[in-house]
Write a protein that binds this ligand. Sequence first.
Ligand SMILES: CC(C)(COP(=O)(O)OP(=O)(O)OC[C@H]1O[C@@H](n2cnc3c(N)ncnc32)[C@H](O)[C@@H]1OP(=O)(O)O)[C@@H](O)C(=O)NCCC(=O)NCCS
Length: 145
Amino acid sequence: MAEVEVKYGCAGVDWARVAETLKRVGMACHEPEAHRRAFEASHTTVFVYQGGQLVGFGRAISDGVYQAAVYDVAVLPESQGKGIGKTVVQHVLARLTSCNVILYASPGKEDFYRTLGFRKMMTGMALFQNAASMEEKGFTEPGHF
Ligand SMILES: CC(C)(COP(=O)(O)OP(=O)(O)OC[C@H]1O[C@@H](n2cnc3c(N)ncnc32)[C@H](O)[C@@H]1OP(=O)(O)O)[C@@H](O)C(=O)NCCC(=O)NCCS
């Protein structure tokens, strides 16, 4: 297996590849420029390279003191199952050691986060921009649309 390199920050990131990766794994994707703005405005960003190629990433928004939320954790399909997703999340958490950390998993990916210590929230709530679509995909309780 080619060497894995983990980088914090956004220097040199290929935002088109970020958008393409999110699209390929079925996560919400936007124009590359929108991803650049979102990642650059985040508290912590992690990018994992293998053989010089970007294969996974993730980010957290945070006050840096006691609250944080993890978003956009994705690993290229051909690179999944090799510990890269775990590396991404562990490196994000390493910068948030004083924080409560929340996230919402893609439906079916909850056990990935359970292996990293996360537990389901009983009172988590969301006000999504695309609320009907998020309900349809199984992110929120049914019955509102
Ligand atoms: C979910 C995802 C980030 C996991 O990354 P990965 O590199 O494939 O996962 P890893 O190889 O690091 O797995 C770490 C651990 O989680 C477990 N795991 C990984 N995916 C899992 C899944 N879908 N369900 C249950 N457990 C899973 C692994 O077995 C491993 O367990 P171990 O530490 O006991 O060996 C990746 O599969 C992905 O990008 N999926 C599509 C996008 C997505 O759904 N992202 C999450 C958004 S919330």
